[in-house]
Write a new protein. Structure first.
Length: 319
């Protein structure tokens, strides 16, 4: 790296950092400091980077970006936990009202959604694939005390408000898509979104981001392969209306999806101060001439003045 133009202040510290982080992982954080060149790249775009670093690039800048990303993943993980628990609770409450074992009774679910083919498995359709996945989750959790209780008393059948506790977030999102439409819509309304399938599209994108964070993947300049759909102001409250002004090219970047996450967090937990916590963290972003939240993460100008990021739980109305 030094031979290609990147400077460092302490060779010993730099070597120890490489041993701790690994060259390949750190290279993702050095990439923005490489000189841009006009060349063909795999996706067909006429853009790319040379092997040489821009003048003034330092090893410490790349490490600061790496360390910030670690804190960012941790912050996002806290919000994801709130979302996952909240979604499970709402699903158990709403769908469980109709039948405690609604998830095990295909006739009580959305026939069209359940019958869709599942190309990624050997099962006949999406519901059969989900049911097999659920059974694996249930078996993996068999030693949990609450699972033992229901296994002994209800012949291994877990009511939905218990079943959701053993599901991964991905399986939880899939079950949400299989619920009867009125249940999906009611759950979505409880989470501040009009239209169950609108919320489902959000959840699919959030699940991708969650998996990146859980597996220590990059978050700060992540571009989602399947970004959320364009947002209609009529489907959400005022806090998210500014997202309707964000263009298609920016919807796959971090800001758009994190704004959706912040919105859901405070709908689930009105006492949460997470949006302000996130805003405070972003103020510590190690910005340089070539790496800023606007450039790398799609943050709009003056984003921190938006209503969403100034939510005050002390002034929030509660049911």
């Amino acid at each position: 790296m030094a031979s290609r133009g990147m400077t460092y202040s302490d060779r010993g510290l730099a070597l120890r950092t490489l041993k701790r982080v690994g060259y390949y992982r750190l290279s993702a954080y050095t990439y923005p400091f490489r000189e841009p060149v006009n060349k063909q790249v795999p996706n067909g775009a006429q853009d790319g980077r040379s092997e040489n670093f821009l003048p003034g690039s330092t090893f410490e800048q790349a490490v600061a970006l790496y360390d910030f990303d670690s804190k960012l993943r941790s912050c996002l993980g806290t919000a994801m936990e709130t979302l996952e628990v909240g979604l499970a609770i709402h699903m158990g409450y709403v769908a469980g009202k109709r039948d405690p074992f609604v998830h095990l009774k295909r006739s009580l679910l959305d026939t069209v959604s359940c019958s869709k083919p599942d190309p990624e498995s050997r099962y006949d359709d999406v519901y059969e694939a989900w049911l097999a996945r659920y059974e694996r989750h249930r078996i993996d959790a068999r030693n949990e005390e609450f699972v033992k209780h229901f296994t002994l008393n209800y012949e291994s059948k877990l009511p939905i408000w218990v079943a959701t506790e053993v599901l991964s977030f991905g399986s939880l999102v899939r079950l949400f898509s299989l619920l009867e439409p009125t249940d999906r819509n009611k759950i979505s309304e409880l989470m501040g979104v009009k239209g169950g399938m609108n919320l489902h599209k959000w959840l699919l994108s959030l699940n991708v981001l969650r998996n990146h964070c859980a597996h220590h993947g990059r978050a700060w300049n992540r571009v989602l392969a399947y970004p959320p759909s364009r947002l209609a102001q009529t489907t959400v409250d005022e806090e998210l209306h500014h997202l309707s002004l964000i263009g298609d090219s920016e919807r796959g970047k971090l800001y758009f999806i994190v704004a959706l996450l912040a919105y859901l967090v405070v709908k689930i937990d009105p006492d949460s101060n997470w949006p302000r916590t996130f805003k405070t963290l972003m103020k510590k972003f190690p910005a340089t001439e070539h790496v800023t939240p606007l450039i790398s993460m799609g943050f709009p100008p003056k984003w921190d003045s938006e209503l969403l990021w100034n939510y005050d739980p002390k002034n929030a109305s509660r049911n």
